[in-house]
Write a protein that binds this ligand. Structure first.
Ligand code: CTP
Length: 410
């Protein structure tokens, strides 16, 4: 097939990213040409240029040694370069956009999830090793400019289809499952039928067991950061990625929420019996771990206590049960348990606690004679007083504190 001739891709970069990046590419291309290398914009950059979407980075592939190229480039340009000599790839760090340069290569995966064996190759080899047809196009940026589309990515991009290049793709690299969810949800594309079957088959063969906890966590994190994360979540459940029983909660909308909340929402899509197993699959940072732990504690607390209705007469018992639970965890519980009776209780409880404000702080209590070991007890008394309507002002608070000090002789 004749290659499709297209306009100067550097001008497309100029339109999208400005003069500075276009000139950088001109210089990199000039150097590659002097070295006798072909140089191509590849992967997601071509996809996003065709879709006219904002570029997050620029992916380049050269038919030659990428390290040699960046070494030469660094002689004429003042840029930071990170070299990955083992993989013959490099990243040029400049401002908000990074330029990734790879040596065009073929890859063979010795086993599922392992790092591939790499051999330098031409641009067709380099496209063949990629994940999906929509990510397997290249545009040559030394003249004559043309689109290399041996995997027919352009048609899939037009049709809105995510398609793997071959059926072993997910077993070779199981992280591609998450990439598929990300692209299908980000672009609202369909998953091609054979790709769907290949993904299901790889999951049923436990392909995810071949990747580390850290990689799995990282892929889920990338998924959680997608703008249309709700759809990505649905694929995650539909494909039964974790192999855990589900709770029926998968309709929760979590777009526009923060990361901790998204992890909880993901957890809540699974049955409570397997929360521990869920947590053991990921390597989460301390903030997320604590929030998930508090959430699990709240679930079991609500399950083991008959918390159905709360009002001013019975609020103190609920206060003692829930006082340690951080507010964002309660918010997450409410959002993740739509239509449950105890959610109304929790919302009422939050409404009552939102309405009260204690004027005295720990220093104020110490000034009134409270021993510092009793501060938390006295705070509880003030909160209960305020929640039940018995304490309504700063002077009520002071009276209650003085009474406590006198009674306890502290
Ligand atoms: N790639 C691949 N298999 C992977 C990861 C990456 O084939 N497991 C290829 C794809 O061709 C991809 C390119 O490497 O387009 C660059 O990877 P990356 O920067 O992760 O992806 P982008 O396509 O830029 O996608 P995103 O917009 O999500 O960053």
């Amino acid at each position: 097939m004749e290659p499709e001739m297209i306009g100067n891709p550097i001008e497309l970069i100029r339109e999208q990213l400005g003069h500075e990046y276009a000139e950088l590419l001109v210089e990199i291309t000039r150097t590659a040409t002097l070295l006798g290398f072909g140089i191509f914009i590849v992967g997601g950059t071509v996809r996003d240029l065709i879709l006219k979407r904002d570029l997050k980075d620029i992916d380049l592939s050269v038919t030659g040694d990428a390290i040699l190229l960046v070494d030469e480039v660094s002689k004429s340009l003042d840029v930071d370069i990170v070299r990955y000599r083992k993989f013959r790839t490099a990243t040029i760090k400049t401002g908000r956009i990074e330029i990734d340069v790879v040596s065009a290569r073929s890859e063979v995966y010795p086993n599922s999830g392992a790092l591939p064996e790499v051999k330098l190759g031409d641009i067709h080899d380099d496209l063949k090793r990629r994940d999906f047809t929509i990510n397997a196009m290249a545009i040559s940026i030394n003249e004559p400019y043309h689109l290399v589309d041996s995997e027919d990515g352009r048609s899939d991009l037009n049709a809105g289809t995510v398609r793997v290049l071959h059926n072993r793709s997910f077993t070779d690299d199981p992280t591609r499952l998450f990439r598929m969810f990300r692209y299908a949800s980000r672009f609202d594309f369909d998953i091609d039928e054979n790709t769907y079957i290949a993904a299901k088959s790889a999951i049923s063969k436990q392909c995810l067991a071949t990747i580390s906890k850290e990689r799995l966590t990282n892929e889920v994190l990338l998924m959680l950061e997608e703008p249309h994360v709700d759809n990505a979540f649905r694929y995650f459940i539909e494909f039964d990625v974790l192999g855990l029983p589900v709770s029926g909660n998968e309709k929760i909308s979590i777009e526009h929420t923060n990361l901790e909340f998204k992890w909880i929402a993901l957890l809540s899509m699974y049955s409570e019996d397997c929360y521990e197993q869920f947590c053991s699959m990921f390597s989460l940072d301390r903030k997320n771990t604590n929030m998930i732990k508090d959430y699990i504690d709240l679930c079991s607390l609500i399950k083991t206590n008959d918390l159905l209705a709360v009002d001013r007469t019975n609020i103190s018992a609920t206060y003692f049960l829930l006082k340690q639970v951080p507010r964002p965890v309660m918010d997450a519980y409410v959002a993740c348990h739509p239509n449950q009776l105890n959610v109304n209780m929790l919302m009422d409880y939050m409404m009552y606690t939102d309405q009260v404000k204690i004027n005295l702080d720990p220093i104020g209590l110490i000034n009134l004679g409270v021993d510092r070991h009793h501060i938390s007890d006295v705070m509880d008394i003030l909160m209960i007083g305020a929640l039940t309507g018995k304490i309504a002002s700063r002077s009520d608070e002071e009276k209650a504190v003085v009474q406590y000090v006198n009674e306890h002789k502290i």
